[in-house]
Design a protein around this ligand. Structure first.
Ligand SMILES: NC(=O)c1ccc[n+]([C@@H]2O[C@H](COP(=O)([O-])OP(=O)(O)OC[C@H]3O[C@@H](n4cnc5c(N)ncnc54)[C@H](OP(=O)(O)O)[C@@H]3O)[C@@H](O)[C@H]2O)c1
Length: 370
Protein backbone atom coordinates (compact mmCIF):
# COMPACT_ATOMS: atom_id res chain seq x y z
CA UNK A 1 0.00 0.00 0.00
CA UNK A 2 1.26 3.49 -0.83
CA UNK A 3 1.53 5.80 2.17
CA UNK A 4 0.83 9.53 1.96
CA UNK A 5 4.56 10.18 2.19
CA UNK A 6 5.17 7.87 -0.77
CA UNK A 7 2.37 9.49 -2.77
CA UNK A 8 3.84 12.99 -2.41
CA UNK A 9 7.40 11.78 -2.89
CA UNK A 10 6.32 10.05 -6.11
CA UNK A 11 4.97 13.38 -7.32
CA UNK A 12 8.29 15.04 -6.45
CA UNK A 13 10.15 12.30 -8.35
CA UNK A 14 7.90 12.73 -11.40
CA UNK A 15 8.52 16.49 -11.36
CA UNK A 16 12.28 15.89 -11.13
CA UNK A 17 12.22 13.39 -14.00
CA UNK A 18 10.51 15.87 -16.32
CA UNK A 19 13.82 17.79 -16.60
CA UNK A 20 15.79 14.71 -17.79
CA UNK A 21 18.57 15.76 -20.12
CA UNK A 22 18.59 19.40 -19.05
CA UNK A 23 20.22 19.51 -15.60
CA UNK A 24 23.68 17.99 -16.23
CA UNK A 25 26.05 18.18 -14.39
CA UNK A 26 23.50 18.77 -11.63
CA UNK A 27 21.10 16.15 -10.30
CA UNK A 28 17.40 15.89 -11.10
CA UNK A 29 15.47 17.23 -8.10
CA UNK A 30 11.77 17.71 -7.39
CA UNK A 31 10.03 19.25 -4.36
CA UNK A 32 6.45 19.28 -3.11
CA UNK A 33 5.12 21.22 -0.09
CA UNK A 34 2.01 19.84 1.58
CA UNK A 35 -0.13 21.37 4.33
CA UNK A 36 -3.19 19.63 5.82
CA UNK A 37 -3.07 17.18 2.91
CA UNK A 38 -3.23 19.98 0.34
CA UNK A 39 -0.36 20.65 -2.08
CA UNK A 40 0.65 24.28 -1.60
CA UNK A 41 3.91 24.33 -3.56
CA UNK A 42 5.75 22.35 -6.24
CA UNK A 43 9.08 22.85 -7.93
CA UNK A 44 11.83 21.20 -9.88
CA UNK A 45 15.39 21.96 -10.84
CA UNK A 46 15.12 22.70 -14.55
CA UNK A 47 18.67 23.51 -15.60
CA UNK A 48 22.16 23.90 -14.11
CA UNK A 49 22.63 27.50 -12.92
CA UNK A 50 18.89 28.01 -12.45
CA UNK A 51 17.11 27.92 -9.05
CA UNK A 52 16.92 24.64 -7.19
CA UNK A 53 13.61 22.77 -6.81
CA UNK A 54 13.03 23.98 -3.24
CA UNK A 55 13.26 27.64 -4.30
CA UNK A 56 10.45 27.24 -6.84
CA UNK A 57 8.30 25.28 -4.36
CA UNK A 58 8.69 27.87 -1.56
CA UNK A 59 7.96 30.74 -3.97
CA UNK A 60 4.69 29.04 -4.83
CA UNK A 61 3.79 28.13 -1.23
CA UNK A 62 4.51 31.57 0.25
CA UNK A 63 3.15 31.80 3.82
CA UNK A 64 1.40 28.41 3.43
CA UNK A 65 4.82 26.82 4.06
CA UNK A 66 4.35 27.53 7.80
CA UNK A 67 4.16 24.17 9.64
CA UNK A 68 3.89 22.34 6.31
CA UNK A 69 5.83 19.26 5.15
CA UNK A 70 8.43 19.51 2.41
CA UNK A 71 8.99 16.45 0.23
CA UNK A 72 12.25 16.59 -1.66
CA UNK A 73 13.92 13.90 -3.76
CA UNK A 74 17.49 14.80 -2.72
CA UNK A 75 18.88 16.17 0.54
CA UNK A 76 18.80 20.01 0.44
CA UNK A 77 22.28 21.30 -0.34
CA UNK A 78 24.36 22.90 2.41
CA UNK A 79 27.04 24.54 0.27
CA UNK A 80 27.32 27.63 -1.90
CA UNK A 81 27.45 26.59 -5.57
CA UNK A 82 26.01 28.70 -8.38
CA UNK A 83 23.08 29.32 -6.00
CA UNK A 84 22.97 29.71 -2.16
CA UNK A 85 22.42 26.64 0.06
CA UNK A 86 18.85 25.32 0.05
CA UNK A 87 19.14 23.92 3.59
CA UNK A 88 19.19 27.53 4.92
CA UNK A 89 16.13 28.37 2.86
CA UNK A 90 14.30 25.32 4.22
CA UNK A 91 15.38 26.14 7.79
CA UNK A 92 13.98 29.68 7.53
CA UNK A 93 10.82 28.69 5.64
CA UNK A 94 8.73 27.65 8.63
CA UNK A 95 8.19 24.02 7.57
CA UNK A 96 8.02 21.67 10.52
CA UNK A 97 8.80 18.41 8.71
CA UNK A 98 11.05 17.49 5.81
CA UNK A 99 10.89 14.14 4.00
CA UNK A 100 13.98 13.36 1.92
CA UNK A 101 14.25 10.46 -0.53
CA UNK A 102 18.04 10.16 -0.37
CA UNK A 103 21.14 11.73 1.09
CA UNK A 104 23.25 13.80 -1.33
CA UNK A 105 26.27 11.73 -2.51
CA UNK A 106 28.16 14.98 -3.20
CA UNK A 107 31.01 14.86 -0.64
CA UNK A 108 30.54 18.59 0.04
CA UNK A 109 26.96 17.88 1.26
CA UNK A 110 26.75 14.17 2.30
CA UNK A 111 24.38 14.55 5.28
CA UNK A 112 25.31 18.12 6.28
CA UNK A 113 22.07 19.54 4.85
CA UNK A 114 20.00 17.03 6.87
CA UNK A 115 22.00 17.75 10.03
CA UNK A 116 21.53 21.51 9.62
CA UNK A 117 17.75 21.03 9.52
CA UNK A 118 17.69 18.65 12.49
CA UNK A 119 19.83 21.09 14.50
CA UNK A 120 17.17 23.73 13.77
CA UNK A 121 14.51 21.48 15.36
CA UNK A 122 12.88 20.34 12.11
CA UNK A 123 11.77 16.70 11.91
CA UNK A 124 13.64 15.08 9.03
CA UNK A 125 12.86 11.65 7.60
CA UNK A 126 15.20 10.11 5.07
CA UNK A 127 14.71 7.15 2.71
CA UNK A 128 11.14 7.43 1.37
CA UNK A 129 11.21 5.91 -2.17
CA UNK A 130 14.99 5.93 -1.91
CA UNK A 131 15.51 3.21 -4.51
CA UNK A 132 13.53 5.16 -7.14
CA UNK A 133 15.42 8.35 -6.25
CA UNK A 134 18.76 6.56 -6.63
CA UNK A 135 17.74 5.23 -10.06
CA UNK A 136 16.61 8.68 -11.13
CA UNK A 137 19.97 10.16 -10.20
CA UNK A 138 22.15 7.17 -11.13
CA UNK A 139 24.28 9.38 -13.38
CA UNK A 140 24.84 12.04 -10.70
CA UNK A 141 25.66 9.47 -7.99
CA UNK A 142 28.18 7.80 -10.29
CA UNK A 143 29.79 11.17 -11.15
CA UNK A 144 30.13 12.11 -7.49
CA UNK A 145 31.65 8.80 -6.48
CA UNK A 146 33.98 8.15 -9.43
CA UNK A 147 34.59 11.47 -11.25
CA UNK A 148 33.88 9.55 -14.46
CA UNK A 149 30.97 9.76 -16.93
CA UNK A 150 28.10 7.27 -16.46
CA UNK A 151 28.24 4.77 -19.32
CA UNK A 152 25.06 3.43 -20.92
CA UNK A 153 25.75 0.57 -23.33
CA UNK A 154 23.06 0.50 -26.00
CA UNK A 155 22.81 -2.08 -28.73
CA UNK A 156 20.15 -3.42 -31.07
CA UNK A 157 20.26 -7.10 -31.92
CA UNK A 158 18.27 -9.88 -33.49
CA UNK A 159 16.72 -12.65 -31.38
CA UNK A 160 19.90 -14.68 -32.03
CA UNK A 161 22.11 -11.85 -30.79
CA UNK A 162 23.47 -10.29 -34.02
CA UNK A 163 24.03 -6.55 -34.38
CA UNK A 164 24.90 -6.66 -38.10
CA UNK A 165 25.18 -9.21 -40.91
CA UNK A 166 28.55 -10.78 -41.75
CA UNK A 167 29.11 -7.96 -44.28
CA UNK A 168 28.61 -5.35 -41.54
CA UNK A 169 25.15 -4.33 -42.85
CA UNK A 170 22.98 -3.16 -39.97
CA UNK A 171 20.34 -0.75 -41.30
CA UNK A 172 18.03 -1.47 -39.67
CA UNK A 173 18.00 -4.07 -36.94
CA UNK A 174 15.03 -2.60 -35.06
CA UNK A 175 11.89 -0.74 -36.13
CA UNK A 176 11.06 2.98 -36.14
CA UNK A 177 9.68 3.19 -32.59
CA UNK A 178 12.78 1.62 -31.00
CA UNK A 179 15.04 3.89 -33.04
CA UNK A 180 13.01 6.89 -31.85
CA UNK A 181 13.57 5.67 -28.28
CA UNK A 182 17.35 5.78 -28.89
CA UNK A 183 17.01 9.39 -30.05
CA UNK A 184 15.20 10.21 -26.79
CA UNK A 185 18.21 8.83 -24.88
CA UNK A 186 20.62 10.75 -27.12
CA UNK A 187 18.75 13.93 -26.15
CA UNK A 188 19.31 13.13 -22.46
CA UNK A 189 23.06 12.43 -22.48
CA UNK A 190 26.13 14.65 -22.80
CA UNK A 191 28.09 12.32 -25.08
CA UNK A 192 27.66 9.52 -27.60
CA UNK A 193 30.60 7.23 -28.30
CA UNK A 194 31.49 4.82 -31.13
CA UNK A 195 34.63 3.22 -32.49
CA UNK A 196 36.15 4.19 -35.82
CA UNK A 197 35.02 0.76 -37.14
CA UNK A 198 31.38 1.87 -36.85
CA UNK A 199 32.16 5.26 -38.43
CA UNK A 200 33.75 3.55 -41.44
CA UNK A 201 31.06 0.85 -41.77
CA UNK A 202 27.93 3.00 -41.28
CA UNK A 203 28.95 6.68 -41.65
CA UNK A 204 26.44 7.60 -38.89
CA UNK A 205 25.56 11.21 -38.01
CA UNK A 206 25.06 10.40 -34.31
CA UNK A 207 22.67 13.32 -33.91
CA UNK A 208 19.31 13.48 -32.15
CA UNK A 209 16.40 13.26 -34.54
CA UNK A 210 13.10 13.08 -32.66
CA UNK A 211 9.87 13.04 -34.67
CA UNK A 212 8.50 16.07 -32.78
CA UNK A 213 11.61 17.94 -33.96
CA UNK A 214 12.97 18.85 -30.53
CA UNK A 215 16.15 17.32 -29.16
CA UNK A 216 19.67 18.39 -28.32
CA UNK A 217 22.68 16.74 -29.88
CA UNK A 218 25.20 15.09 -27.58
CA UNK A 219 28.93 15.59 -28.18
CA UNK A 220 30.11 12.84 -30.55
CA UNK A 221 33.15 10.93 -29.31
CA UNK A 222 35.08 8.68 -31.71
CA UNK A 223 37.76 6.24 -30.56
CA UNK A 224 40.21 6.41 -33.43
CA UNK A 225 43.86 5.67 -32.53
CA UNK A 226 45.35 6.59 -35.89
CA UNK A 227 42.83 9.28 -36.90
CA UNK A 228 41.60 7.28 -39.87
CA UNK A 229 38.05 8.70 -39.76
CA UNK A 230 37.38 9.80 -43.38
CA UNK A 231 37.48 13.59 -43.71
CA UNK A 232 34.02 13.57 -45.32
CA UNK A 233 32.47 11.41 -42.55
CA UNK A 234 29.16 12.73 -41.20
CA UNK A 235 30.55 12.84 -37.65
CA UNK A 236 33.11 15.44 -38.74
CA UNK A 237 30.38 17.88 -39.74
CA UNK A 238 30.65 20.18 -36.71
CA UNK A 239 27.82 22.41 -37.88
CA UNK A 240 25.51 19.67 -36.59
CA UNK A 241 27.16 18.82 -33.26
CA UNK A 242 30.56 19.00 -31.57
CA UNK A 243 32.92 16.04 -32.06
CA UNK A 244 35.85 14.80 -30.00
CA UNK A 245 38.28 12.46 -31.73
CA UNK A 246 40.21 10.39 -29.22
CA UNK A 247 43.52 9.20 -30.68
CA UNK A 248 46.83 7.73 -29.63
CA UNK A 249 49.36 10.20 -28.19
CA UNK A 250 51.91 9.16 -30.81
CA UNK A 251 49.85 10.51 -33.74
CA UNK A 252 51.67 13.31 -35.60
CA UNK A 253 50.85 16.89 -34.59
CA UNK A 254 50.34 17.68 -38.30
CA UNK A 255 47.44 15.21 -38.51
CA UNK A 256 45.95 16.55 -35.28
CA UNK A 257 46.21 20.20 -36.44
CA UNK A 258 44.39 19.39 -39.68
CA UNK A 259 41.38 18.24 -37.66
CA UNK A 260 41.59 21.03 -35.08
CA UNK A 261 41.50 23.51 -37.97
CA UNK A 262 38.24 21.90 -39.08
CA UNK A 263 36.76 22.79 -35.64
CA UNK A 264 37.16 19.34 -34.08
CA UNK A 265 38.51 18.56 -30.63
CA UNK A 266 41.31 15.99 -30.62
CA UNK A 267 42.20 14.19 -27.41
CA UNK A 268 45.51 12.27 -27.59
CA UNK A 269 45.84 9.59 -24.88
CA UNK A 270 47.84 6.47 -23.93
CA UNK A 271 47.24 3.11 -25.60
CA UNK A 272 47.15 -0.24 -23.82
CA UNK A 273 46.77 -3.85 -25.00
CA UNK A 274 43.08 -3.29 -25.94
CA UNK A 275 43.59 -0.01 -27.77
CA UNK A 276 43.05 3.49 -26.39
CA UNK A 277 43.11 3.42 -22.59
CA UNK A 278 39.47 3.61 -21.52
CA UNK A 279 40.02 4.85 -17.97
CA UNK A 280 42.28 7.70 -19.05
CA UNK A 281 39.82 8.63 -21.80
CA UNK A 282 36.87 8.70 -19.37
CA UNK A 283 38.80 10.81 -16.85
CA UNK A 284 39.67 13.31 -19.60
CA UNK A 285 36.12 13.39 -20.97
CA UNK A 286 34.76 14.08 -17.47
CA UNK A 287 37.17 17.02 -17.23
CA UNK A 288 35.64 18.20 -20.52
CA UNK A 289 32.22 18.28 -18.80
CA UNK A 290 30.88 15.00 -20.21
CA UNK A 291 28.88 13.44 -17.34
CA UNK A 292 27.20 10.60 -19.20
CA UNK A 293 27.82 8.74 -22.44
CA UNK A 294 25.64 6.58 -24.65
CA UNK A 295 27.98 3.85 -25.85
CA UNK A 296 26.72 2.80 -29.29
CA UNK A 297 29.38 0.24 -30.24
CA UNK A 298 30.54 -1.51 -32.31
CA UNK A 299 31.57 -4.89 -30.98
CA UNK A 300 35.25 -4.13 -30.36
CA UNK A 301 34.69 -0.92 -28.45
CA UNK A 302 31.82 -2.53 -26.48
CA UNK A 303 34.13 -5.41 -25.54
CA UNK A 304 36.82 -3.06 -24.26
CA UNK A 305 34.33 -1.21 -22.04
CA UNK A 306 32.99 -4.54 -20.76
CA UNK A 307 36.44 -5.89 -19.94
CA UNK A 308 37.37 -2.60 -18.27
CA UNK A 309 34.26 -2.90 -16.04
CA UNK A 310 33.21 0.51 -17.36
CA UNK A 311 29.58 -0.23 -18.32
CA UNK A 312 27.12 1.14 -15.77
CA UNK A 313 23.83 0.37 -17.51
CA UNK A 314 22.58 -1.60 -20.51
CA UNK A 315 19.76 -0.63 -22.88
CA UNK A 316 19.19 -3.66 -25.08
CA UNK A 317 16.79 -3.66 -28.03
CA UNK A 318 15.78 -7.05 -29.41
CA UNK A 319 14.21 -7.22 -32.86
CA UNK A 320 11.83 -10.06 -33.79
CA UNK A 321 14.32 -11.35 -36.40
CA UNK A 322 16.67 -14.32 -36.61
CA UNK A 323 19.79 -13.96 -38.79
CA UNK A 324 21.45 -17.33 -38.20
CA UNK A 325 25.00 -18.21 -39.19
CA UNK A 326 28.07 -17.69 -37.09
CA UNK A 327 29.88 -14.98 -39.03
CA UNK A 328 27.64 -12.04 -38.10
CA UNK A 329 28.77 -9.54 -35.46
CA UNK A 330 27.47 -9.87 -31.90
CA UNK A 331 27.30 -6.93 -29.42
CA UNK A 332 30.60 -7.81 -27.73
CA UNK A 333 33.75 -9.05 -29.45
CA UNK A 334 36.76 -9.88 -27.26
CA UNK A 335 37.73 -13.07 -25.45
CA UNK A 336 35.92 -16.39 -25.84
CA UNK A 337 35.22 -17.84 -22.38
CA UNK A 338 35.04 -21.66 -22.09
CA UNK A 339 32.67 -21.91 -19.13
CA UNK A 340 29.29 -20.30 -18.34
CA UNK A 341 30.51 -19.17 -14.93
CA UNK A 342 32.96 -16.88 -16.73
CA UNK A 343 30.03 -14.81 -18.07
CA UNK A 344 29.58 -11.19 -16.97
CA UNK A 345 26.50 -11.10 -14.75
CA UNK A 346 23.72 -8.56 -15.25
CA UNK A 347 20.40 -7.94 -13.53
CA UNK A 348 17.31 -7.17 -15.58
CA UNK A 349 15.56 -4.07 -14.22
CA UNK A 350 12.69 -3.76 -16.70
CA UNK A 351 11.43 -4.80 -20.10
CA UNK A 352 9.05 -3.08 -22.49
CA UNK A 353 7.65 -3.65 -25.95
CA UNK A 354 8.46 -0.67 -28.15
CA UNK A 355 6.69 -1.00 -31.47
CA UNK A 356 7.51 -4.54 -32.62
CA UNK A 357 10.79 -4.71 -30.62
CA UNK A 358 11.67 -5.44 -27.00
CA UNK A 359 13.71 -3.11 -24.83
CA UNK A 360 15.46 -4.51 -21.76
CA UNK A 361 17.12 -2.29 -19.16
CA UNK A 362 19.82 -4.10 -17.20
CA UNK A 363 22.61 -3.26 -14.77
CA UNK A 364 25.87 -5.02 -13.92
CA UNK A 365 25.04 -7.39 -11.06
CA UNK A 366 25.95 -5.89 -7.70
CA UNK A 367 28.99 -7.45 -6.14
CA UNK A 368 30.26 -8.60 -9.53
CA UNK A 369 33.22 -6.97 -11.22
CA UNK A 370 30.81 -5.98 -13.99
N1 LIG B 1 23.20 -2.93 -34.16
C1 LIG B 1 23.88 -2.10 -33.39
O1 LIG B 1 23.42 -1.74 -32.29
C2 LIG B 1 25.24 -1.59 -33.84
C3 LIG B 1 25.79 -0.47 -33.20
C4 LIG B 1 27.06 -0.04 -33.59
C5 LIG B 1 27.76 -0.71 -34.60
N2 LIG B 1 27.19 -1.76 -35.21
C6 LIG B 1 27.95 -2.48 -36.25
O2 LIG B 1 29.23 -2.82 -35.70
C7 LIG B 1 30.19 -2.84 -36.76
C8 LIG B 1 31.45 -2.11 -36.32
O3 LIG B 1 31.98 -2.74 -35.16
P1 LIG B 1 33.53 -3.05 -34.99
O4 LIG B 1 33.67 -3.93 -33.80
O5 LIG B 1 34.05 -3.52 -36.28
O6 LIG B 1 34.17 -1.61 -34.76
P2 LIG B 1 34.10 -0.55 -33.56
O7 LIG B 1 33.98 -1.23 -32.26
O8 LIG B 1 33.08 0.48 -33.94
O9 LIG B 1 35.52 0.16 -33.70
C9 LIG B 1 36.68 -0.57 -33.38
C10 LIG B 1 37.89 0.26 -33.59
O10 LIG B 1 37.98 1.30 -32.62
C11 LIG B 1 39.35 1.61 -32.40
N3 LIG B 1 39.67 1.54 -30.96
C12 LIG B 1 40.50 2.41 -30.33
N4 LIG B 1 40.64 2.09 -29.06
C13 LIG B 1 39.91 0.98 -28.84
C14 LIG B 1 39.70 0.17 -27.69
N5 LIG B 1 40.20 0.45 -26.49
N6 LIG B 1 38.91 -0.91 -27.82
C15 LIG B 1 38.35 -1.21 -29.01
N7 LIG B 1 38.53 -0.48 -30.16
C16 LIG B 1 39.29 0.61 -30.06
C17 LIG B 1 40.16 0.54 -33.11
O11 LIG B 1 40.62 1.10 -34.33
P3 LIG B 1 42.05 1.85 -34.33
O12 LIG B 1 43.04 0.85 -33.84
O13 LIG B 1 42.25 2.29 -35.71
O14 LIG B 1 41.89 2.98 -33.35
C18 LIG B 1 39.15 -0.54 -33.42
O15 LIG B 1 39.45 -1.30 -34.57
C19 LIG B 1 29.53 -2.24 -37.96
O16 LIG B 1 29.20 -3.27 -38.84
C20 LIG B 1 28.26 -1.61 -37.43
O17 LIG B 1 27.24 -1.64 -38.37
C21 LIG B 1 25.95 -2.22 -34.87
Amino acid sequence: MTTKDEKYMQLALDLAASAKGNTNPNPLVGAVIVKNDIIVGTGLHRKAGEPHAEVHAFRMAGEHAQNATLYVTLEPCSHFGKTPPCANLVKDSGVSRVVVAMQDPNPTVAGRGIQLLRDAGITVEVGVLEQQARRLNERFIHNMLTKRPFIISKFAMTVDGKIATHTGHSKWVTGKAAREDVHRIRHEVDGILVGVGTVIADNPSLTTRLSEGYGKNPTRIIMDSLLRTPLDANVLNTEEAPTILVCSNDVSQEKIDLLINKGLTVLPIEKDERGLNIDEMLARLYEHGITDILLEGGSKVNASFLQQGAIDKYVIYIAPKVLGGNLSLTPFAGSNPSLMNEAWQVEFASFDKIGEDLCIIAYPKQGEEN
